[in-house]
Design a protein around this ligand. Structure first.
Ligand code: ATP
Ligand code: MG
Length: 114
């Protein structure tokens, strides 16, 4: 399986390029799913086909999907909360350890200048 992500600032052509890549990949015989995670979707317009929150078959080997980010967050809030809590805990631990390094370095500098 190959995963291709199109990222970049607004209006640079991510959706158009993703749609064109997906259409070409399917044409070359690869089973292809093209997914938009944008809240303001335009993938359906680029593909000229209505899409929904679940994969929709558009041709023999091509599926399209416009993820509903808010629904996904509502559905998976438990997992997200655990992940975010872990992230915050590790960032607090990192701050504590770097604060400890900084105060250690200050102490060492103060001792060496005495
Ligand atoms: N290679 C290209 N040459 C010229 N115009 C292009 C090209 N690719 C995309 N465009 C045009 O640029 C505009 C923005 O393209 P697109 O919507 O794909 O960008 P995007 O990066 O997905 O934007 P957004 O960040 O708003 O989602 C569209 O009008 C599209 O038709
Ligand atoms: Mg886009």
């Amino acid at each position: 399986m190959r995963l291709i992500l199109y990222l970049g600032k607004g209006g640079v052509g991510k959706t158009t390029t993703a749609a064109a890549t997906a259409a070409r990949a399917a044409e070359l015989g690869h089973r292809t799913l093209v997914v938009s995670t944008d809240v303001a979707h335009s993938l359906a317009d680029a593909l000229d086909h209505p899409l929904g929150a679940l994969p929709m078959q558009l041709s023999d080997r091509l599926w399209g999907q416009e993820v509903n980010v808010l629904d996904e967050v509502r559905q998976h809030w438990g997992e997200l909360r655990t992940y975010l809590a872990g992230l915050l805990r590790s960032s607090r631990a990192w701050r504590r350890s770097s604060a400890c390094c900084i105060s250690g370095a200050r102490r060492a500098r103060a001792t060496s200048t005495r």
